[in-house]
Design a protein. Structure first.
Length: 240
């Protein structure tokens, strides 16, 4: 049975700020209700990125695009990619979507209007992401919980109403954490503090806490970018 920690209390000063932020997030969601699904997705992503960029100190980059690893595996399009500041990523000319190297990704966040109704989309992205492996270099300072996998978060403006239901969906899935903003519920798997969960304003704080944990997983790294350029057997190949 999964061990979990239920959190119920939060610093009242932090709580007031988070209640306000939650109200703003839901306001953006409501304002996009009459727009096309593609436009709503872009606005949800942009607002959450703005929220994240305002919440976390500079150094990390929040973008979107595909991720590849040194085994030539590739994810599909990811809503939000949290990028470490010490490994390059490949831009698309003119900006926008990027191609990320797996070792440079701290986590992925899928943002849905209704995470319950779009759960299969979340699972599809998570399944593709699960096939990617980060080449953990001995020079990296890491925790043991995540191994070579990339942590995956799902955020829904709307969704399930109880932590129990979310826990059932989360178990045996490749998704690590789920946040439902409207109902103020956050549930994580055992990789995050033994499977922490809560409801109310503290849910948004636990989401930030878990994301911070994922972003702190690798302190420094010196990956071999040559792993992405394999020697050609028909020639002398790449000389190091």
């Amino acid at each position: 049975m999964l061990f979990f920690i239920a959190m119920a209390h939060l610093n009242p000063h932090i709580e007031k700020r988070l209640v306000g932020l939650g109200t703003i997030l839901m306001g953006v969601h409501g304002a996009s209700a009459s727009l096309s699904s593609a436009t709503k997705g872009a606005e949800r992503e942009a607002f959450v990125r703005l929220f994240l960029e305002e919440f976390f100190p500079r150094g990390f980059r929040f973008g979107h695009g595909d991720i590849t690893d040194s085994h030539d595996q590739k994810s599909g399009q990811c809503d939000i990619v949290v990028e470490y500041p010490f490994i390059p990523s490949i831009p698309l000319p003119g900006g926008g979507s990027r191609l990320y190297l797996a070792e440079g990704v701290a986590s992925v966040i899928e943002v849905k209007s209704d995470v319950a109704g779009q759960w299969n989309e979340v699972l599809s992205t998570a399944s593709k992401l699960e096939s990617l492996k980060r080449n953990v270099n001995p020079q990296m300072v890491i925790a043991n919980e995540f191994g070579d996998s990339i942590p995956m978060f799902a955020v829904g403006y709307d969704g399930w109403r109880t932590a129990k239901t979310i826990r059932e969906k989360l178990d045996n899935s490749p998704v690590d954490c789920v946040l439902v903003i409207k109902h103020g519920i956050f549930v994580a798997n055992r990789k995050f503090f033994g499977g922490i969960e809560s409801s109310g304003a503290v849910a948004l704080w636990l989401f930030i806490t878990a994301l911070n944990e994922a972003m702190s997983y690798i302190k420094t790294a010196d990956p071999s970018l040559l792993d992405y350029a394999k020697p050609d057997s028909s020639s002398d190949g790449i000389k190091k």
